[in-house]
Design a protein around this ligand. Structure first.
Ligand SMILES: CC(C)(COP(=O)(O)OP(=O)(O)OC[C@H]1O[C@@H](n2cnc3c(N)ncnc32)[C@H](O)[C@@H]1OP(=O)(O)O)[C@@H](O)C(=O)NCCC(=O)NCCS
Length: 210
Protein backbone atom coordinates (compact mmCIF):
# COMPACT_ATOMS: atom_id res chain seq x y z
CA UNK A 1 0.00 0.00 0.00
CA UNK A 2 1.28 3.52 -0.75
CA UNK A 3 0.14 7.16 -0.46
CA UNK A 4 -0.96 9.28 2.48
CA UNK A 5 -3.73 8.87 4.95
CA UNK A 6 -5.04 11.50 7.40
CA UNK A 7 -5.36 14.30 4.85
CA UNK A 8 -8.68 15.82 3.81
CA UNK A 9 -10.23 14.98 0.48
CA UNK A 10 -10.97 17.30 -2.46
CA UNK A 11 -14.15 19.25 -2.03
CA UNK A 12 -16.57 19.64 -4.89
CA UNK A 13 -18.23 23.01 -5.32
CA UNK A 14 -21.59 21.31 -5.48
CA UNK A 15 -21.13 19.87 -2.01
CA UNK A 16 -19.92 22.80 0.07
CA UNK A 17 -20.32 22.46 3.81
CA UNK A 18 -23.27 24.65 4.94
CA UNK A 19 -22.17 28.15 5.88
CA UNK A 20 -19.21 28.34 3.49
CA UNK A 21 -20.15 30.77 0.74
CA UNK A 22 -17.36 30.37 -1.78
CA UNK A 23 -14.41 28.03 -2.39
CA UNK A 24 -11.77 28.28 -5.09
CA UNK A 25 -10.25 25.49 -7.17
CA UNK A 26 -8.61 22.42 -5.65
CA UNK A 27 -9.55 22.95 -1.99
CA UNK A 28 -9.38 20.04 0.45
CA UNK A 29 -11.69 20.25 3.43
CA UNK A 30 -11.92 17.56 6.10
CA UNK A 31 -15.40 16.18 6.68
CA UNK A 32 -15.06 17.09 10.37
CA UNK A 33 -14.68 20.87 9.93
CA UNK A 34 -17.54 22.86 11.43
CA UNK A 35 -19.02 26.29 10.79
CA UNK A 36 -20.90 28.44 13.32
CA UNK A 37 -22.80 31.12 11.44
CA UNK A 38 -26.23 32.54 10.84
CA UNK A 39 -27.61 31.09 7.61
CA UNK A 40 -30.58 33.46 7.50
CA UNK A 41 -28.42 36.56 6.96
CA UNK A 42 -26.88 36.08 3.55
CA UNK A 43 -24.50 38.76 2.37
CA UNK A 44 -23.29 39.42 5.92
CA UNK A 45 -20.74 37.21 7.57
CA UNK A 46 -19.56 35.58 4.37
CA UNK A 47 -16.95 32.85 4.51
CA UNK A 48 -14.78 32.62 1.41
CA UNK A 49 -11.84 30.36 0.60
CA UNK A 50 -9.33 30.90 -2.23
CA UNK A 51 -7.78 28.20 -4.40
CA UNK A 52 -5.95 25.19 -2.94
CA UNK A 53 -6.91 25.83 0.65
CA UNK A 54 -6.58 22.89 3.04
CA UNK A 55 -8.68 22.78 6.21
CA UNK A 56 -7.73 19.75 8.29
CA UNK A 57 -9.79 17.84 10.84
CA UNK A 58 -11.84 19.69 13.44
CA UNK A 59 -11.15 23.20 12.18
CA UNK A 60 -13.95 25.52 13.40
CA UNK A 61 -14.95 28.64 11.41
CA UNK A 62 -17.03 31.17 13.35
CA UNK A 63 -18.93 34.27 12.29
CA UNK A 64 -21.69 33.68 14.86
CA UNK A 65 -24.95 35.61 14.86
CA UNK A 66 -24.40 38.08 12.03
CA UNK A 67 -27.40 40.17 13.15
CA UNK A 68 -25.23 41.07 16.17
CA UNK A 69 -21.75 40.67 14.67
CA UNK A 70 -22.19 43.20 11.88
CA UNK A 71 -18.52 43.25 10.84
CA UNK A 72 -18.24 39.48 10.68
CA UNK A 73 -16.58 37.73 7.76
CA UNK A 74 -13.78 35.27 7.05
CA UNK A 75 -11.66 35.58 3.93
CA UNK A 76 -8.96 32.95 3.41
CA UNK A 77 -6.55 33.41 0.50
CA UNK A 78 -4.97 30.95 -1.93
CA UNK A 79 -2.77 28.09 -0.76
CA UNK A 80 -3.53 28.53 2.96
CA UNK A 81 -3.13 25.42 5.14
CA UNK A 82 -4.98 25.27 8.46
CA UNK A 83 -3.90 22.34 10.60
CA UNK A 84 -6.07 20.21 12.88
CA UNK A 85 -8.18 21.69 15.65
CA UNK A 86 -7.83 25.40 14.80
CA UNK A 87 -10.47 27.92 15.87
CA UNK A 88 -10.87 30.79 13.40
CA UNK A 89 -13.17 33.54 14.62
CA UNK A 90 -14.28 36.07 12.03
CA UNK A 91 -16.84 37.67 14.37
CA UNK A 92 -14.87 40.93 14.13
CA UNK A 93 -13.51 40.16 10.66
CA UNK A 94 -10.68 37.82 9.70
CA UNK A 95 -8.43 38.10 6.64
CA UNK A 96 -5.83 35.41 6.03
CA UNK A 97 -3.68 36.25 3.03
CA UNK A 98 -2.23 33.79 0.49
CA UNK A 99 0.15 30.97 1.50
CA UNK A 100 -0.26 31.33 5.25
CA UNK A 101 0.42 28.24 7.40
CA UNK A 102 -1.50 27.77 10.64
CA UNK A 103 -0.25 25.07 13.01
CA UNK A 104 -2.42 22.62 14.95
CA UNK A 105 -4.65 24.03 17.66
CA UNK A 106 -4.05 27.72 16.90
CA UNK A 107 -6.83 30.15 17.82
CA UNK A 108 -7.54 33.44 16.06
CA UNK A 109 -10.01 35.39 18.19
CA UNK A 110 -11.47 38.52 16.59
CA UNK A 111 -14.10 39.03 19.31
CA UNK A 112 -14.32 39.09 23.10
CA UNK A 113 -16.72 40.19 25.84
CA UNK A 114 -17.32 43.65 27.27
CA UNK A 115 -16.67 43.58 31.02
CA UNK A 116 -16.76 47.12 32.43
CA UNK A 117 -19.52 48.11 34.82
CA UNK A 118 -22.73 46.28 35.51
CA UNK A 119 -24.19 43.74 35.13
CA UNK A 120 -21.76 41.55 37.01
CA UNK A 121 -22.36 38.56 34.75
CA UNK A 122 -20.07 38.91 31.73
CA UNK A 123 -22.51 36.81 29.75
CA UNK A 124 -25.01 39.70 29.88
CA UNK A 125 -22.57 42.21 28.37
CA UNK A 126 -22.11 42.83 24.68
CA UNK A 127 -19.18 41.73 22.56
CA UNK A 128 -16.00 43.56 21.61
CA UNK A 129 -14.58 43.23 18.10
CA UNK A 130 -11.30 43.76 16.31
CA UNK A 131 -10.42 42.58 12.86
CA UNK A 132 -7.47 40.21 12.57
CA UNK A 133 -5.28 40.23 9.46
CA UNK A 134 -2.54 37.72 8.71
CA UNK A 135 -0.08 38.74 5.98
CA UNK A 136 0.98 36.69 2.99
CA UNK A 137 3.29 33.79 3.70
CA UNK A 138 3.20 34.08 7.50
CA UNK A 139 3.45 31.01 9.76
CA UNK A 140 1.45 30.70 12.99
CA UNK A 141 2.92 27.99 15.23
CA UNK A 142 0.99 25.25 16.98
CA UNK A 143 -1.30 26.37 19.78
CA UNK A 144 -0.66 30.09 19.26
CA UNK A 145 -3.42 32.51 20.22
CA UNK A 146 -3.97 35.71 18.25
CA UNK A 147 -6.14 38.29 20.02
CA UNK A 148 -8.64 40.69 18.48
CA UNK A 149 -7.39 43.64 16.48
CA UNK A 150 -3.96 42.16 15.74
CA UNK A 151 -2.28 42.48 12.34
CA UNK A 152 0.47 40.02 11.54
CA UNK A 153 2.82 41.24 8.81
CA UNK A 154 3.76 39.24 5.75
CA UNK A 155 6.26 36.43 6.23
CA UNK A 156 6.16 36.75 10.03
CA UNK A 157 6.51 33.74 12.33
CA UNK A 158 4.53 33.24 15.53
CA UNK A 159 6.23 30.75 17.87
CA UNK A 160 4.34 27.73 19.13
CA UNK A 161 2.15 28.50 22.13
CA UNK A 162 2.56 32.28 21.86
CA UNK A 163 -0.15 34.73 22.85
CA UNK A 164 -0.08 37.63 20.42
CA UNK A 165 -1.53 40.84 21.87
CA UNK A 166 0.04 43.42 19.54
CA UNK A 167 0.76 43.83 15.83
CA UNK A 168 3.68 41.82 14.45
CA UNK A 169 6.00 43.40 11.86
CA UNK A 170 6.57 41.71 8.52
CA UNK A 171 9.33 39.05 8.69
CA UNK A 172 9.57 39.33 12.47
CA UNK A 173 9.72 36.17 14.59
CA UNK A 174 7.81 36.55 17.85
CA UNK A 175 7.36 34.12 20.72
CA UNK A 176 6.12 33.81 24.29
CA UNK A 177 3.22 35.10 26.36
CA UNK A 178 2.84 37.95 25.68
CA UNK A 179 4.61 37.44 22.36
CA UNK A 180 7.80 39.50 21.93
CA UNK A 181 10.07 39.99 18.95
CA UNK A 182 12.95 37.51 19.24
CA UNK A 183 14.65 38.02 15.88
CA UNK A 184 14.19 38.80 12.21
CA UNK A 185 13.98 36.11 9.60
CA UNK A 186 17.38 35.63 7.93
CA UNK A 187 17.71 37.90 4.93
CA UNK A 188 14.66 39.96 5.86
CA UNK A 189 13.77 42.64 8.34
CA UNK A 190 15.29 45.91 9.50
CA UNK A 191 18.93 44.86 9.29
CA UNK A 192 18.82 43.32 5.87
CA UNK A 193 17.15 45.88 3.68
CA UNK A 194 18.87 47.19 0.54
CA UNK A 195 19.81 50.37 2.41
CA UNK A 196 21.08 48.64 5.58
CA UNK A 197 24.82 48.58 4.64
CA UNK A 198 24.64 52.29 3.68
CA UNK A 199 22.88 53.13 6.95
CA UNK A 200 25.53 51.19 8.90
CA UNK A 201 28.32 53.05 7.06
CA UNK A 202 26.67 56.40 7.79
CA UNK A 203 26.50 55.44 11.48
CA UNK A 204 30.24 54.63 11.54
CA UNK A 205 31.09 57.92 9.78
CA UNK A 206 28.89 59.84 12.24
CA UNK A 207 30.66 58.15 15.17
CA UNK A 208 34.12 58.93 13.70
CA UNK A 209 33.17 62.58 13.19
CA UNK A 210 32.32 62.77 16.87
C1 LIG B 1 9.55 30.39 16.66
C2 LIG B 1 10.46 29.29 16.15
C3 LIG B 1 10.24 29.07 14.64
C4 LIG B 1 11.88 29.79 16.38
O1 LIG B 1 12.77 28.79 16.05
P1 LIG B 1 14.35 29.11 16.04
O2 LIG B 1 14.67 30.15 15.01
O3 LIG B 1 15.07 27.81 15.93
O4 LIG B 1 14.54 29.84 17.44
P2 LIG B 1 15.52 29.46 18.63
O5 LIG B 1 15.30 28.05 19.06
O6 LIG B 1 16.89 29.89 18.23
O7 LIG B 1 14.96 30.40 19.81
C5 LIG B 1 15.38 31.72 20.04
C6 LIG B 1 14.90 32.13 21.43
O8 LIG B 1 13.46 32.19 21.41
C7 LIG B 1 12.91 31.28 22.38
N1 LIG B 1 11.75 30.64 21.75
C8 LIG B 1 11.70 29.99 20.56
N2 LIG B 1 10.47 29.55 20.30
C9 LIG B 1 9.73 29.90 21.36
C10 LIG B 1 8.35 29.72 21.69
N3 LIG B 1 7.53 29.10 20.84
N4 LIG B 1 7.89 30.24 22.85
C11 LIG B 1 8.72 30.89 23.70
N5 LIG B 1 10.04 31.11 23.43
C12 LIG B 1 10.53 30.60 22.29
C13 LIG B 1 14.02 30.28 22.65
O9 LIG B 1 13.88 29.69 23.91
C14 LIG B 1 15.25 31.14 22.53
O10 LIG B 1 15.39 31.89 23.72
P3 LIG B 1 16.86 32.23 24.34
O11 LIG B 1 17.52 33.09 23.29
O12 LIG B 1 16.53 32.94 25.62
O13 LIG B 1 17.55 30.92 24.52
C15 LIG B 1 10.20 27.93 16.87
O14 LIG B 1 10.73 27.96 18.19
C16 LIG B 1 8.73 27.57 16.95
O15 LIG B 1 7.99 27.95 17.88
N6 LIG B 1 8.27 26.84 15.90
C17 LIG B 1 6.88 26.45 15.76
C18 LIG B 1 6.77 24.94 15.61
C19 LIG B 1 5.39 24.51 15.29
O16 LIG B 1 4.42 25.11 15.69
N7 LIG B 1 5.27 23.45 14.51
C20 LIG B 1 3.97 22.99 14.04
C21 LIG B 1 4.04 22.80 12.57
S1 LIG B 1 2.85 23.74 11.67
Amino acid sequence: MSGFIGLPKDIHKGSLPPGIDRVGEGCKLAASISVYTDLSHKGRGTIELGDHVILMDNVRLVTGDTRVNKEAFIRIGHGVIVNVGCYLSGEGGLVIDDHVLIGPGAKLLSAGHEYSGLPEEISRHGLTYGQIAVGRGAWIGAGAIILEGVTIGKGAIIGAGSVVTKDVASFSIVAGNPARHIKWRNGFGKNSSFYAPILRLLKVIKRLLG
